[in-house]
Design a protein around this ligand. Structure first.
Ligand SMILES: Cc1cc2nc3c(=O)[nH]c(=O)nc-3n(C[C@H](O)[C@H](O)[C@H](O)COP(=O)(O)O)c2cc1C
Ligand code: SF4
Ligand code: SF4
Length: 316
């Protein structure tokens, strides 16, 4: 039987063949309005995170900027009133890469923000695999922000343990035991932050252009739909559920109801937020007949502790 990875690899080849011309002709963005300031005072860091990895980077960026005496707000994007975006003079957006792209719920949200003309913007993604199309996913965030008048000053991608559940949880960095993030990853975050601030102070921008990647073709395949077809069971085990509502909070579309043991399969984005975060292993998902288990459970079974940045010891 094909593993999910085989299945996605086959889809990648078909997708790449279909989308090669589109990938090569993707636009780059060159003309921006003038920066509204070269010395930002108030920074907004907007994050989306299902298993805490993007949030860790958002917090680290916040610590670094606070250390530079900037006023920093770190907010989960879904709980943020879009109107407040105009109050800031630097906006940083961070998300995980899901299905070789920025999660659709984040893009939908960003598409509805008001004009932020002249505001410097930076984007980062966290990702799990070496060929995760992370460059283009971060460019996708900037593309939407630029459309709203944002001026790009930073972009980066930080790798860490993947949160994509497979029956085997196969991944090269996990097999070797060299779990990311590590101190180098956190250094990369520091450089991204410092470089973005420096760009603003010099009145410079970065170029934002999609790069050719085989995986890029996958972005237009209906991957979520394909995955949902392959997930033949998605429910809640009432005998294990402790009613903590974590799955409800983590579900971007309010598709899961643990009290009725139901999942609205039409609304579900196959993001695995419910499975990955359930503390009682009560979310039951089967992928082509194989039982999946979530990220928390994966860390527990393998006794993995994710490294935290040194800065967290001193940063409030
Ligand atoms: C539904 C889903 C799809 C994913 N797709 C990709 C992908 O296409 N490329 C990749 O590099 N990582 C992928 N990942 C791994 C995540 O991007 C990575 O683990 C990320 O750091 C998770 O961030 P978070 O903890 O903030 O949610 C995926 C994870 C999930 C749950
Ligand atoms: S029900 Fe679907 S959309 Fe909601 S958290 Fe679970 S996998 Fe994600
Ligand atoms: S996260 Fe798990 S234990 Fe908590 S309500 Fe949902 S299914 Fe039940």
């Amino acid at each position: 039987m094909d593993t999910r990875r085989d299945f996605i690899k086959k889809s990648a080849l078909i997708g790449a063949a279909l989308c090669l011309p589109a990938s090569l002709t993707r636009e780059s963005f060159a003309y921006y309005p003038d920066l509204k300031t070269r010395s930002p005072k108030k920074v907004l860091i907007l994050w989306y995170s299902q298993t805490g990895q993007t949030y860790r980077y958002a917090r680290l960026i916040g610590c670094i900027l606070k250390d530079k005496n900037l006023e920093v707000d770190i907010r989960e994007f879904q709980e943020t009133d879009k109107k407040i975006l105009t109050d800031y003079d630097f906006i940083i957006v961070g998300t995980p890469v899901f299905y070789y792209d920025t999660p659709s719920n984040v893009i939908d949200w960003l598409e509805k923000i008001p004009s932020i003309k002249g505001t410097p913007v930076a984007a980062f993604v966290s990702f799990g695999g070496p060929e995760g199309n992370q460059h283009n996913a971060s460019c996708h965030i900037l593309k939407v922000l630029i459309k709203k008048g944002g001026v790009p000053v930073g972009r980066d991608a930080f790798r860490n343990i993947p949160s994509y559940p497979t029956p085997k949880w196969d991944s090269d960095n996990q097999k070797s035991g060299e779990h990311l993030p590590n101190a180098d990853t956190f250094d990369q975050v520091c450089r991204f932050t410092a470089n973005s601030i420096e760009k603003i102070s010099r009145g410079e921008t970065i170029s934002v252009s999609y790069e050719f990647a085989l995986r890029e073709g996958l972005r237009i395949l209906p991957l979520v739909w394909l995955n949902k077809k392959a997930i033949n069971k998605h429910t809640v085990d009432a005998s294990k559920c402790i009613g903590c509502r974590t799955c409800i909070r983590k579900c971007p579309t309010k598709a899961i109801n643990p009290f009725k043991q139901t999942v609205d399969r039409d609304k579900c984005l196959a993001c695995f937020g419910c499975l990955n975060n359930c503390p009682a292993d009560a979310v039951v998902m089967e992928y082509r007949g194989e039982r999946l288990y979530g990220f928390r459970e994966y860390l527990r079974r393998n006794n993995i502790t994710i490294m935290e940045p040194e800065e967290f010891k001193t940063c409030s």
